[in-house]
Design a protein around this ligand. Sequence first.
Ligand SMILES: Nc1ncnc2c1ncn2[C@@H]1O[C@H](COP(=O)(O)OP(=O)(O)OP(=O)(O)O)[C@@H](O)[C@H]1O
Ligand SMILES: Nc1nc2c(c(=O)[nH]1)N[C@H]1C(S)=C(S)[C@@H](COP(=O)(O)O)O[C@H]1N2
Length: 174
Amino acid sequence: MTKIGIVTISDRASAGIYEDRSGPAIIAFLAETLVSPWEPVARVIADEQALIEETLIDLADRIGCALICTTGGTGPAERDVTPEATEAVCRKMMPGFGELMRQESLKYVPTAILSRQTAGIRGASLIVNLPGKPASIRQCLQAVFPAVPYCVDLIGGPRLETDSAVCKAFRPGA
Ligand SMILES: Nc1ncnc2c1ncn2[C@@H]1O[C@H](COP(=O)(O)OP(=O)(O)OP(=O)(O)O)[C@@H](O)[C@H]1O
Ligand SMILES: Nc1nc2c(c(=O)[nH]1)N[C@H]1C(S)=C(S)[C@@H](COP(=O)(O)O)O[C@H]1N2
């Protein structure tokens, strides 16, 4: 069964100060979008670079997640280090994901440019950063998801199938 990692990176959600709503929003989006069998592996952690790196490595190398979505820690504040952790564990960066997500987010909030969200490849795992705000999840994933299944194909991951009424995955030549 295809495993998908969901990592909420928030000091306050991980301390129980507020309930994590962004991790569940990622799971809800994937449940609506994917028709091939998959299983979420969710983690809620603090904004600590070493811990983020450890979690991403565990989900990619030990659990074997085809896709890992993070939420939170992408902004300019001192403790926002998710993009640094992502870059540290990835062999290849995929800057187009961040570019498209910021462009799309700008339709909703003028602060979209404050997110340094990016994406990258570690082994056969695609890691995608999302902002922390629960509402940003759908806005960002809807924009990039058409390219996700083909990206996962190209890195040797499992074949992800989407419900074309919700998200039309694009595979060149298919
Ligand atoms: N995982 C989440 N679940 C629910 N609400 C969230 C989550 N992450 C962020 N928010 C909301 O968005 C607001 C702004 O998020 P902010 O960028 O401060 O989050 P963060 O950096 O992920 O969290 P923290 O500062 O606790 O580490 C928060 O005050 C909260 O209302
Ligand atoms: N779609 C969308 N993108 C968004 C936002 C949002 O509400 N919706 N918030 C912005 C804000 S206010 C910040 S500070 C940055 C970084 O958020 P993070 O540190 O929680 O990841 O994401 C930005 N991108």
